[in-house]
Design a protein around this ligand. Structure first.
Ligand SMILES: [Zn+2]
Length: 137
């Protein structure tokens, strides 16, 4: 599963931590393993959906992400164009927690939904998703 690489590869010696977050109404809660969020590039993409929904993306492997309240079935999904990316949001409060990319092995986490996140401290990487898809390969 982890044979390919993440869109933002983790440094080999990075200490992996457990992060938690969820949607605004707390119907959906999740946790995932990832190095210190502030030590890694967070992707601020200018494609239509990222700009529209306010994504600031971090990435982890599917097997390092789990729901602690609710499940994937409780989320509403949205795909467009070639439908490669499945965007996931809470049907009650509308919070976009992130996305999945079929067959990629990784999930996208909208860092805005991580507990206690300080957006000012994020190291934003400006990705040009408007010109090309940058979230896979
Ligand atoms: Zn919600």
């Amino acid at each position: 599963m982890s044979s390919s690489s993440l869109p933002v590869p983790w440094p080999k010696d990075a200490e992996v931590k457990l992060h938690s977050g969820g949607c605004h109404c707390r119907k959906i809660r999740y946790e995932f393993e990832h190095p210190d969020i502030y030590a890694m590039a967070v992707v601020n993409c200018n494609c239509s959906i990222c700009e529209n929904r306010g994504y600031l993306n971090a990435y982890t492997w599917e097997d390092k992400f789990r729901f602690t309240k609710g499940s994937a079935n409780d989320l509403t999904t949205y795909s467009f164009g070639e439908g490669r990316i499945i965007h996931r949001f809470c049907p009650t409060c509308g919070t976009t927690i992130g996305a999945t990319v079929p067959r990629s092995g990784f999930v996208v986490i909208n860092t805005r939904t991580i507990d206690g996140i300080d957006l000012q401290r994020l190291q934003l990487y400006q990705a040009d998703g408007r010109s090309k898809i940058t979230t896979a390969e």
